[in-house]
Every structure is written in structure tokens, then in C-alpha cells.
Write a new protein. Structure first.
Length: 227
């Protein structure tokens, strides 16, 4: 499936551009160094939270597009995306990629002149998330590194926590709007049912999530209806 975002994976020997905190624009958010990011699970250090207090919401707006918000208890990132790309599918497929052999995932949201790029890098059972903004997406889209971008937000989360939050947010969208309602608002792309099902299945199986909805596998059925 066309992943829209370029879907380029990390080369294993490459870090995130701007990994050195001194070289990035933080936009007012705390930035931690590489050593902090590999901290003991359950122990926050240098402003990094690794506990399961991640919040993620994906809220369709009335006129098409979505406002998403992600917060880890330390800082948050919120932005608006228009409906031109299959943004929710791009997000879900990137999360699904975290269950494969790749060292990371990279995808972008088209913000109509601007580009918001997510980098996901695996660190053992954790995922380092970095969100960059580029002022001219026409130039930056697909670029090899994050030169020219501004770091908006970053966090380190256990994969299960991150993917649970994304599954839950996408599931909430489907329950609120249904497939028909979603298509009415998003217009160019249907709700990514298959992508959500894939991620749900992997998350349930690989992360062993104990959340009731994950254990029961509640979500869109094979014919796309919501139970
Ligand atoms: Zn779960």
C-alpha cells in the first residue's frame, strides 16, 4: 500500500539528525540527551517519562482535517492536519512497522506548505519519538535528514504504551463517526480499517496488553461495522 509519506526507514547506523541537544531548536520543550533516553524503565530522568501516562487524541474537525494531541505528562504537542493525505493510515502503518525488524519509522503529515515529520526510533522495548516541523514541505518532503527542521516534541515510550494510545485513539474515531461519517469528513480517504486491525492484532499479540479492549480485540469487525 502506498504509504504516502515516503515511508523511509532508518538506516541502522544513523541517529536522528539533531541528536545533540545543543544543535536543535527545542521550541521550549525539554530536550534530553542520548544517555537519558536509555534510562531504566519506569524511571524518568532528565525530563523523560517512561511510565504509561501517554495521552493521544485524534479529533476530526467539522470542516475536514484533524487536530491531534500527544502528551506524556511532561510536555505536549498538538497540531492540525488537513485531509489531503491519508494521515491516519500513515500513522497506523508507521506504528505497525515497529513490530517488524526495522530500527525505526519515519512519516510525515502534510500541513499545506508545512511538513510535520515524525521519527520513531526503537531503543530496545522503547520507542524514541521526535516530531519535527519544516516550514516549506515542498522542499523538505522526503529529505534525508532533519536539517532545516525544528524539533517540536520528543518523548521515549514503551512500544506497548505508544501503540495502545494510538489504537485507542483511532478506535475512538471509528466509534464516534463510523466509516460513513469518517469518509464524509475526510473525503479523499476512507477510514483505514485494515491498518487499525493490523496494529490491534500485533499490539495484542506482541505487547500482551492487559487492557480490556485490547484483550478482547474489540474494534472494527471484518465487514467494517462497529459492534
Ligand atoms: Zn492495549
Amino acid at each position: 500500500m502506498d504509504r504516502k509519506s515516503g515511508g523511509r526507514r532508518f538506516e541502522p547506523d544513523r541517529g536522528l539528525q539533531g541528536e545533540d541537544p545543543r544543535s536543535v531548536t527545542t521550541g521550549g520543550f525539554d530536550v534530553y540527551g542520548r544517555s537519558d533516553a536509555a534510562g531504566t524503565p519506569g524511571v524518568g530522568s532528565g525530563g523523560v517519562r517512561v511510565a504509561g501516562d501517554l495521552q493521544f487524541r485524534w479529533e476530526l474537525s467539522g470542516s475536514g482535517g484533524v487536530t491531534y494531541r500527544i502528551a506524556d505528562g511532561t510536555s505536549e504537542h498538538e497540531t492540525y492536519i488537513g485531509y489531503c493525505t491519508d494521515a491516519l493510515a500513515d500513522l497506523l502503518y508507521a506504528m505497525t512497522g515497529l513490530y517488524g525488524n526495522s530500527s525505526g519509522e519515519r512519516f510525515s503529515f502534510d500541513r499545506e506548505s508545512m511538513e510535520t515529520r515524525w521519527l520513531l526510533r526503537r531503543q530496545g522495548t522503547d520507542v524514541a519519538i521526535a516530531v519535527f516541523e519544516f516550514p516549506d514541505g515542498g522542499t523538505s518532503w522526503g529529505s534525508a535528514d532533519e536539517t532545516g527542521g525544528t524539533l517540536l516534541w520528543r518523548s521515549v515510550q514503551p512500544r506497548g504504551v505508544l501503540c495502545h494510545a494510538v489504537v485507542e485513539a483511532a478506535d475512538a474515531v471509528l466509534r464516534e463517526h463510523g466509516e460513513a461519517g469518517y469518509l464524509e469528513k475526510w473525503m479523499r480517504h476512507p477510514f483505514p480499517v485494515a491498518a487499525l486491525q493490523d496494529l490491534q492484532r500485533l499490539h495484542r499479540r506482541e505487547d500482551g496488553c492487559r487492557h480490556e479492549r485490547c484483550r478482547k480485540g474489540i474494534g472494527p469487525t471484518s465487514n467494517g461495522t462497529v459492534p
